[in-house]
Design a protein around this ligand. Structure first.
Ligand SMILES: *Cc1c(COP(=O)(O)O)cnc(C)c1O
Length: 376
């Protein structure tokens, strides 16, 4: 059996090697390393795939969040709402820009922002809401968008983990994750569902004025060469990465299918294990399984992780400490007990190997060892 990894980027590369190698060579031959034509082609292709009005590539997913907030002119002292159960970037940029992060707890089934708790958190100083589509499934956007409209707030979707997921509105229409709010952001970090061979990110918006501003902001605030309209940053997607991402974007639907099939295999193998909760599927979203995250009783989580490690099966805890309990964010004034769902999840979650190259033998082996831990 092939060694089991959380993510198998090399196995994935081998299947598209010729095309990727040619793409890389093409960029080197052109020497257009910054703002080469592959970047613009990739932006257009990603717009076509997501249905976003405009896609602006940038250096990474963290910068994408920062630029979204800069573009919307959220000011120091303004409040921005997100959840305590996400990757650090989401809250980091809010803090870096001098804004005040307000947190709202998540739903235990979907791991995403709980819209029912949102209304009570909004104040006069709140300017934006940042829902995160965690682990590959959309947050409950419809009620979030309604509340935002009611209070005149911006919505920035942190879509680093759910590129390609479909959100289903109650009128039956669908939209891709990241194209619903004022701005959506994503990351092409290598292990993401659409991963580059280095850092990369992008912003999505349907607002042309905002798109032009974002394009300037990621390039020093420059519209016309050496004339600066805004104070910007240097955050561009390398042409090499864009060329690689163009090859991988064509594979994305097949990659999602492979992840969804692995997830279904796990679901069936784990059905009937008392004390193991498979990932819940929200009725309003498809799931692209950036992670396959189970919940087990707190006292079983670390022993299960160790048991699997002993069988050469890696697993990961995303995320072991909710953001409000992180040292760097102690000054926000939150404490233990403030977000009970996020706190409980951080002790119960375990993400199993999930990628595009898992084969039947590996999946059967993982499933058998999980069942064995539960004495089945
Ligand atoms: C990966 C990730 C980011 C940051 O992306 P980078 O490209 O690593 O900067 C932001 N938010 C979430 C939820 C992520 O998973």
């Amino acid at each position: 059996m092939k060694e089991i990894q959380m993510v198998d980027l090399h196995g994935q590369y081998l299947k598209i090697r010729t095309e990727v190698d040619e793409a890389i060579q093409r960029v080197i031959d052109s020497t257009a390393f910054i703002k080469g034509k592959e970047v613009f082609l990739f932006q257009d292709e990603l717009s076509a795939y997501t249905g976003a009005g405009h896609t602006i590539a940038c250096g990474n997913g963290t910068d994408a969040l920062q630029v979204a907030m800069m573009a919307l002119e959220i000011k120091p002292g303004d409040e921005v709402i997100t959840t305590p159960f996400t990757f650090i970037s989401t809250i980091e940029v809010i803090k870096l820009l001098g804004m005040k992060p307000l947190l709202v707890d998540v739903e235990k089934g979907s791991f995403n922002m709980d819209p029912l708790l949102l209304r009570d958190v909004i104040t006069e100083r709140t300017k934006a809401i940042v829902p995160v589509h965690l682990f590959g499934q959309c947050a409950h956007m419809e009620p979030i968008m309604e509340l935002a409209a009611e209070h005149g707030l911006f919505v920035i979707e942190d879509n680093a983990q759910a590129i390609g997921a479909d959100y289903l509105f109650s009128d039956g229409s669908t939209r891709k994750a990241g194209t619903i709010g004022n701005v959506g952001t994503t990351s092409f970090f290598p292990s993401k569902n659409l991963g580059a061979y280095g850092d990369g990110g992008a912003l999505f918006t349907n607002d042309q004025g905002l798109a032009e501003k974002i394009s300037a902001l990621v390039n020093h605030g420059m519209k016309q060469r050496y004339y600066y309209d805004y104070v910007g940053i240097n955050s561009r997607l390398d042409t090499l990465q864009a060329a690689i991402l163009r090859v991988k974007l064509k594979q994305l639907p097949a990659y999602h299918l492979a992840r969804q099939q692995a997830a279904l295999f796990y679901d069936e193998a784990f059905s009937g294990i008392a004390g193991l909760n498979i990932p819940e599927r929200s009725p309003y979203s498809t799931h692209v399984f950036h992670q396959y995250t189970i919940r087990v009783p707190r006292e079983a989580r670390d022993p299960l992780k160790e048991w699997l490690a002993g069988k050469k099966i890696p697993s990961m805890v995303y995320y072991p400490v909710p953001l409000h309990l992180q040292h760097a964010y102690a000054d926000l004034g939150y404490g233990a007990g403030d977000f009970p769902v996020a706190e409980k999840l951080s002790q119960e979650v375990l993400s199993l190997p999930m990628h595009t190259e898992l084969d039947a033998e590996q999946l059967s082996y993982i499933a058998a060892e999980v069942r064995a831990f539960f004495k089945l």
